[in-house]
Design a binder for this molecule. Structure first.
Ligand SMILES: CC(C)(COP(=O)(O)OP(=O)(O)OC[C@H]1O[C@@H](n2cnc3c(N)ncnc32)[C@H](O)[C@@H]1OP(=O)(O)O)[C@@H](O)C(=O)NCCC(=O)NCCS
Length: 149
């Protein structure tokens, strides 16, 4: 099945439902699916939109991780695609759009706390892993991953 969608930045309001459905179902509802950095000026949410429906999203924030020497770092958060469109390249297109935007911002490195179940996805897109597996409460095992831009 071909999925015809657009990729563009959207407001926090539009991605809360998908965050709830896919990432944080242990919370009480979409309105709880916000993080403090959503409010920051440099933060953006790249989304895939099919007929007005958000079918994929990820949030990018400024956050320095001391594991990396680079000064200009961004962090990828809350990456999710709707189950009905998985494996069709939607996640990849979102990451490509994010990297394109970050190159304009002179970002040197993009990193994330990757769920162990998703490390294969990031590896396909050129991310590398750093350090050991660690546990994130309520979510599960993670690995630090990064891509130099
Ligand atoms: C991880 C996730 C975002 C991937 O989205 P997607 O739209 O299915 O990804 P794509 O179709 O763009 O996949 C791109 C490539 O990665 C591969 N891939 C996707 N998910 C994968 C996974 N979990 N493990 C290994 N490879 C994976 C695809 O097969 C594809 O490879 P190909 O180019 O050889 O066909 C999606 O599965 C998801 O939302 N999962 C639940 C939430 C989650 O774990 N988010 C990440 C939090 S860190």
């Amino acid at each position: 099945m071909r999925v015809d969608y657009t990729i563009k930045p959207v407001e926090t309001e539009r991605i809360k439902e998908l965050r709830f459905q896919v990432l944080w179902p242990h919370l009480s509802g979409p309105n709880e699916c916000v993080i403090d950095p959503d409010k920051e000026e440099e933060t953006f949410h790249m989304a895939a939109i099919l007929n007005e429906e958000i079918i994929g999203t990820s949030t990018v924030i400024i956050d320095k991780n001391n594991a990396f020497p680079q000064a200009d770092q961004y962090r990828l958060r809350a990456m999710a695609t709707a189950p009905k469109v998985r494996g069709k390249g939607v996640g990849e297109k979102i990451i490509q759009a994010i990297i394109s935007e970050l190159k304009k911002r002179k970002c040197e490195i993009l990193w994330c706390d990757a769920r162990l179940t998703a490390t294969g996805f990031y590896e396909k897109l050129g991310f590398k892993t750093e350090g050991k597996v660690y546990e994130v409460p309520n979510i599960g095992p993670h690995k630090l991953m990064y891509i130099e831009l």
